[in-house]
Design a protein around this ligand. Structure first.
Ligand SMILES: Nc1ncnc2c1ncn2[C@@H]1O[C@H](COP(=O)(O)OP(=O)(O)O)[C@@H](O)[C@H]1O
Ligand SMILES: [Mg+2]
Length: 272
C-alpha cells in the first residue's frame, strides 16, 4: 500500500482577484471529469463563483448553502467555544452529503468565516480546515481548490500534501506582485511544488515576461486572452472554446507529468 500522499491529485489554485483562478479551476475540473476521473472542486474563495463557472443552474446554486453557514451541522460536529470543542470533527461524509454534482464534478462551497479576535478559533473555521485537510490528505480523487490570494483554509500540515500549487497571474506588475507574495506564503506553509499559469496573454512575449518576473515559480503554460471565455462567463456556462480547451489540456498534461516526476511512480489517480 502506498502512502496516502501518493494517491489522487491535489491542486490548489491561487492568485490576485480577477486573474482567472476560477476559470482555470473550472476548466481543469471539467477536463479531469471528462477523462473519467472522480473530481471534487472546492470553492474556497469567500467570493464564491466556481459553481457558475462549472455551469450549475442558478436555482441549484442558490439552494447550495456554504459549509460555513451550516450552523447546526457545525455545532453538531465541532461543538461551541467555551463548551465541548472538537478540532478534528467528522467530515468524511461531507463530500457526498453537501456537494452538488455538475456534469460529473462534485462542487463543495466552503464560504467565509468572520474573523474572530487574535488566537480565536471559531467552530466554522475548525470545520473548514478539517474538511480541507481531509480532502487534501485522505481523499483519493482529483481535488481542485479554487482559493483566494490569502490561502486562508490551507493550514500548516495540510499544505505539504498539496501536489501542485498553481498561481495564476496575468500580464502586468500587480498580479505578479500578488503571485510572488502568495508563493512565499505557500512555501512558508510547506508547499513543495509551486507553478505559474499566465492567463489573458496576447502573445508569447507577454507570457515570457510574466514568467521571467517570477523565477521562483515553475512555468506551466499560458491561456490566451479570449472573447469566448468572457462570453461564456456572461452567459453563465462553462467555456468549451477549442483554443481554451487545447491550452487547458496542455496545462493539465504538463501538471500531471511534473507531479508524477515529483512523486515517483506511485501516483495513481482514481478513475470513476
Ligand atoms: N483568458 C481570458 N480571456 C478573457 N477573459 C478572461 C480570461 N480568463 C478569465 N477571464 C475573465 O476574467 C474575469 C475574472 O475571471 P475569474 O476566473 O473569475 O478570476 P478569479 O477567480 O481569479 O477572480 C471573468 O470575467 C472571466 O470571464
Ligand atoms: Mg474566483
Amino acid at each position: 500500500m502506498t502512502s496516502s500522499k501518493r494517491q489522487g491529485l491535489k491542486i490548489a489554485i491561487a492568485g490576485k482577484g480577477g486573474v482567472g483562478k476560477t476559470t482555470v479551476a473550472a476548466g481543469l475540473a471539467r477536463l479531469f471529469a471528462a477523462e473519467g476521473r472522480r473530481v471534487i472542486a472546492v470553492d474556497a474563495d469567500p467570493d464564491a463563483n466556481l459553481g457558475s463557472a462549472l455551469g450549475a443552474p442558478g436555482q441549484e446554486l442558490a439552494s447550495l448553502a456554504p459549509l460555513a453557514r451550516m450552523g447546526d451541522l457545525v455545532a453538531e460536529r465541532v461543538g461551541s467555544p467555551g463548551g465541548f470543542f472538537r478540532l478534528n470533527p467528522k467530515v468524511d461524509d461531507l463530500p457526498e452529503s453537501i456537494s452538488l454534482d455538475i456534469d460529473g464534478v462534485r462542487l463543495l462551497v466552503l464560504g467565509s468565516v468572520e474573523k474572530g479576535g487574535a488566537g480565536c478559533i471559531c467552530p466554522e473555521s475548525a470545520m473548514l480546515k478539517a474538511l480541507v485537510r481531509y480532502l487534501v490528505i485522505e481523499v483519493n480523487d482529483v481535488v481542485i481548490l479554487d482559493m483566494e490570494a490569502g490561502i486562508e483554509h490551507l493550514g500548516r500540515g495540510t499544505a505539504s500534501y498539496v501536489d501542485a500549487f498553481v498561481v495564476v497571474a496575468e500580464p502586468g506588475k500587480r498580479s505578479a506582485q500578488t503571485a510572488s507574495t502568495v508563493s512565499k506564503l505557500a512555501a512558508e506553509l510547506g508547499v513543495e511544488s509551486c507553478f505559474l499559469v499566465v492567463n489573458k496573454v496576447r502573445s508569447t512575449e507577454e507570457a515570457s515576461a510574466v514568467s521571467n518576473a517570477l523565477p521562483e515559480l515553475a512555468y506551466l503554460g499560458s491561456i490566451s486572452e479570449s472573447e469566448a471565455i468572457r462570453a461564456a462567463d456572461v452567459a453563465g456556462v462553462p467555456c468549451d472554446d477549442p483554443l481554451f480547451v487545447k491550452e487547458l489540456l496542455s496545462l493539465k498534461e504538463a501538471l500531471v507529468k511534473k507531479v508524477k516526476n515529483a512523486k515517483g511512480l506511485g501516483l495513481e489517480i482514481n478513475a470513476v
